[in-house]
Design a protein around this ligand. Sequence first.
Ligand SMILES: [Zn+2]
Length: 48
Amino acid sequence: MGLLGLIRDTGGGTDSTLRECRNCGLKVDSDDDVCPACASTEIASYTL
Ligand SMILES: [Zn+2]
């Protein structure tokens, strides 16, 4: 049971991009272009 979940967690899915607000540093969901915390549109994205 736990094994499959563990592999999924560590192996990651297709999402390998980290997005972060340039203004406040909050991690932002990949769908969001606006920071939910400070409403900045300056979202930095890093491809891992
Ligand atoms: Zn922000």
